[in-house]
Design a protein around this ligand. Structure first.
Ligand code: FES
Ligand SMILES: [Fe+2]
Length: 377
């Protein structure tokens, strides 16, 4: 569904008030009532490829694990033992059953209690003591969980998104994690609210001013944001110049049109220009003014050409040392602005005739956020 109608006249409306970017109680409610109840990126499916593979992670103060059962089903559980609350599994690996390290209750990979040491099967109703599951789903090979009891599947929540991803990158399902590049497959911390970082991600009004090298490589006036029900899509063509100020492009093998998605509330996905790639990021609030961005990036299983690894390295250095630093400085500066008595809220520039400067995607984020906030804050 195209949400063009949500966009009103330029400068007609105010952005989210500064208090939403500063308040601890707002952040606590966001974690409890927004992030626990929305689809959160966990890992790539290659981490749990074989029956018995498990993968643990912590997110927003909660410990989880994902496991592939012996019947090859994907499951996700809270990583906590129902007996006394000890963590059940650590790191990642392969198991045929789960044994708690504390008193050795054992569970099948489907979460069912199989044995409680010293307790006869007839003495307790084993069915009532299984692991607590959370919803799990995949999006073109990326694994997501949702701790709400009533989560709509991803293909309902973000209809068309997977099809758009696969259209942009038809070989995506055969891609493998890129463990080499420093900017992909890492966590980085920014001293700004998570929404400041996404506001920055969701507009390219700042790109010509704030990213001179990126601007020289890209054709910013041709960049387009399209709005969908719970996500946005950005199409961002380069100028198709092999030599440019950012990093070398191979006009035969590389991504020449950047494609970027954002999924409400805190997930971004995309294909950055340069060597073939696809990434997913999750923006996690740590404090109202601190955000941790966790990214996993994929690359083709077989390099597209001999020079791909070198170009990948050059792009990695540039994105880490140049464009990410530029955005980090902008976001941290804005976070300070949120706390100034002279700033209560900002203004949207939403000019659909001029996509290169329009902030309608950021506004779409705020509109969805306001709908949530009206119920929960
Ligand atoms: S806490 Fe797990 S068996 Fe006791
Ligand atoms: Fe930027």
């Amino acid at each position: 569904m195209n949400k063009r109608e949500v966009v009103k006249a330029p400068l007609a409306d105010q952005t989210l008030a500064a208090v939403y970017y500063l308040s601890q109680s707002v952040m606590d409610a966001e974690v409890r009532h927004l992030l626990y109840n929305s689809w959160q990126f966990a890992c790539h499916i290659s981490e749990v490829a074989q029956p018995g593979d498990y993968y643990t992670f912590s997110m927003h103060g909660q410990d989880y694990f994902i496991v592939r059962t012996l019947e090859r089903a994907l499951k996700a559980f809270y990583n906590v033992c129902p007996h006394r609350g000890h963590r059940l599994v650590e790191g990642q690996g392969n198991k045929s059953r789960i044994t708690c390290p504390y008193h050795a209750w054992t569970f099948g990979l489907d979460g069912a209690l199989r044995g409680a040491r010293g307790m006869a099967r007839s003495s307790i109703d084993f069915e009532n003591f299984g692991l607590l599951p959370v919803a799990i789903d995949t999006l073109a090979g990326f694994v997501f969980i949702n701790a709400s009891n009533t989560a709509a599947p991803l293909d309902e929540f973000a209809a068309e998104l997977e099809a758009q991803m696969l259209k942009a990158c038809p070989d995506l399902l055969s891609y493998v994690p890129n463990r080499g590049g420093s900017e992909f497959g890492h966590t980085y911390v920014c001293n700004a609210n998570w929404k400041v970082m996404l506001d920055n991600y969701l507009e390219c009004y700042h790109c010509q001013m704030a990213h001179p090298e990126f601007n020289e490589m890209m054709s910013i006036p041709d960049s387009q944001f399209t709005l969908f029900e719970n996500f946005t899509y950005q199409n961002a063509p380069t100028k198709k110049k092999a030599e440019n100020l950012a990093f070398p492009l191979d006009l035969e093998h590389d991504v020449l049109v950047g494609e970027f998605w954002w999924v409400f509330p805190n997930i971004t996905l995309g294909r950055f220009p340069g060597t073939q790639n696809f990434y997913v990021s999750r923006f996690d609030p740590v404090e109202p003014g601190i955000t941790s961005r966790y990214t996993v990036s994929l690359q083709p299983a077989v390099p597209t050409d001999e020079g791909a690894a070198d170009r990948d390295r050059l792009r990695s250095v540039w994105t880490t040392e140049v464009v990410s630093q530029e955005d980090k400085a902008l976001c941290e500066n804005v976070q300070r602005g949120m706390g100034q008595r002279g700033f209560q809220h900002g203004w949207y520039v939403t000019d659909l005739e001029n996509h290169g400067v329009s902030e309608h995607a950021m506004r779409h984020f705020h509109d969805l956020y306001r709908t949530w906030a009206a119920k929960h804050l």
